[in-house]
Design a protein around this ligand. Sequence first.
Ligand SMILES: Cc1cc2nc3c(=O)[nH]c(=O)nc-3n(C[C@H](O)[C@H](O)[C@H](O)COP(=O)(O)O)c2cc1C
Length: 364
Amino acid sequence: MDLVCLEDFEQQAESKLEKTARDYYKSGAGDQFTLRLNREAFKRLRLRPRCLRDVSQLDISCKIFGQQLKWPLGIAPTAMQKMAHPDGEIGNARAAGKAGSIFILSTLSTTSLEDLSAAAPDTYKWFQLYIYKDRSLTEKIVRRAEKANFKALVLTVDAPIFGHRRADVRNKFSLPSHLSLANFQGEQANGVVTDGGSGINEYVASQFDPSITWKDINWLKQLTQLPIVLKGILTAEDAVLAREFGCAGVIVSNHGARQIDTVPASIEALPEVVKAVGNDLVVMLDGGIMQGNDIFKALALGAKTVFIGRPAVYGLAYNGQQGVEQVLGVLRKDFEITMALTGCQKLSDIQSSLVAHESIYSKL
Ligand SMILES: Cc1cc2nc3c(=O)[nH]c(=O)nc-3n(C[C@H](O)[C@H](O)[C@H](O)COP(=O)(O)O)c2cc1C
């Protein structure tokens, strides 16, 4: 059977993954209202296509932090990718490299950042950071990321503790014993094992520093010259603080709805962030992207690029690196169709007037 949309890959992945891993990848927090909303909110936006605009040649390339990219879709950091397929993070990163887009490696990866970098030298890579209680451990990992050619630090700010993901608690989720958190070989922070509940929540509670504040952005800035991107911003207020504290960009994100339920969908939060800081910071988005239309809508509302989390993991689970390449291929084609059929030749043609909220039509 041909896989023609991201739901097809999701279905295939679900049939291949063992229950504990499947639930870990799929779950959102609480009763998963925002998990559904992340996708549904895109459907509440309507496209207003323009006609007769010569779309025989499309250019969907873009530049982020001076780096030329083939298109505005990258791969978000997701933890423990070898649970999906032995290709793990390397498969994902190589697929992103082939597609000419950004790959963000999670701190909680099952491939070390050095191994990843050596295996995907041509991929444009960012490193996602959590701040550990042990600051020397955090500092060490920043130094290693710099040395291994990662080009930005993505500090995740929506996870001082982890959200309540019911399935992980029920399943007593822990990392299979043949895998480890590869960035911490030889350190205490190496393994996710359960003490009776969700092993990942227990790990985070014991290792991550929940006392971090905006002042710690200053601490991080004096450690590194790399651009700092804050991931997990959902309000104009925090976006303004990100600018004040000298960050280079923000990713509007609710962590794939895994942290706290009933927050807005990422696409709902995007306009207030763009309005507040869009002229000064690179505003990006992840959460719920499943189609070319969704990428288009996020760009129309002011995002400079977007990321996928679960869809890449599902591609990996389906068929390793090749599966991720297929997912990216399907999405890219779909995005090009949206561009052509809305009358856009290049990304700067994607204006906010090409998207309207459904409420405008329901008033008619
Ligand atoms: C299984 C899984 C693991 C994740 N691990 C991380 C992580 O280690 N660090 C992080 O900043 N975000 C993590 N995220 C959040 C993603 O980076 C991203 O925000 C989210 O998946 C985007 O939504 P989507 O899955 O609908 O595309 C994870 C998400 C999932 C689904």
